[in-house]
Design a protein around this ligand. Sequence first.
Ligand code: ADP
Ligand code: ADP
Ligand code: ZN
Length: 233
Amino acid sequence: MVLLGPPGAGKGTQARMLREVANVPQVASGDLLRAAVRTKTPLGVAAAGYMDRGDLVPDELVLNLIEERLNAPDAQAGFILDGFPRSVKQAEALRAILVRSRGAGLDRVIALTVPDEEIVRRISGRRTCRKCGAMYHVTFEPPRVNGVCDKCGGELYQREDDSEETVRNRLKIYDSTTRPLLDYYGKSGILALIDGTGKPEQVESRVQTALAGILPLPPRKKVQKPSVRPAGK
Ligand code: ADP
Ligand code: ADP
Ligand code: ZN
């Protein structure tokens, strides 16, 4: 499946929650690219400038990275793509990759919708763990100890491309280049538009509802129902 949405919509947060229940990996193009930049691979060196400006990294750099990741053994039973595809061209390339490697297409595309002013609030308070990638928000999802990851004790940092100017550029590119994917996937009948506002757990339950029949999800928490059995049996 694919998680779509503007920067800061909560794709990463939802993907990380979902991978636990779905037991398939999150494949986040942004995380893969940041890892390449950090370790200074040739691809990372070539991609860094685009990312700093909030521009899309050219397809010839991104597509191989994604194809390689999707062909890894742990992604054979399924995957949650987060941040890819970001253009109709990438969506078509993804289709070709999936047909080539497994003769099947996507099951579902979940598009998270969040109003612009909420996006800005979310991105400006975003903090990420350097070690495990967990996401926090200084106001909405604060860590127990300021600057320290609850899960692994790693250091929390603010992404450099989360500055106001870069975010504005990323939102513009989302509108011009990524938003057309809503039409593209809408036509194929696999798109679900999900309200991304409210607590992460509320969004998660909407997403799970939209994935009914696709994910081997555990039963939802049971509502206490009156017993239909006669007393004494
Ligand atoms: P966010 O989650 O805030 O939308 P990401 O972590 O997905 O941000 O992406 C960060 C940056 O990495 C993007 O601004 C872009 O430069 C680059 N990037 C990520 N995914 C792609 C992609 N599919 N195609 C091109 N560039 C990408
Ligand atoms: P994306 O991957 O789409 O760029 P993230 O998952 O990184 O978005 O979320 C952006 C910021 O918003 C993070 O700081 C995250 O903790 C916070 N966030 C995510 N979901 C919610 C939510 N439902 N309510 C409030 N804040 C949220
Ligand atoms: Zn951590």
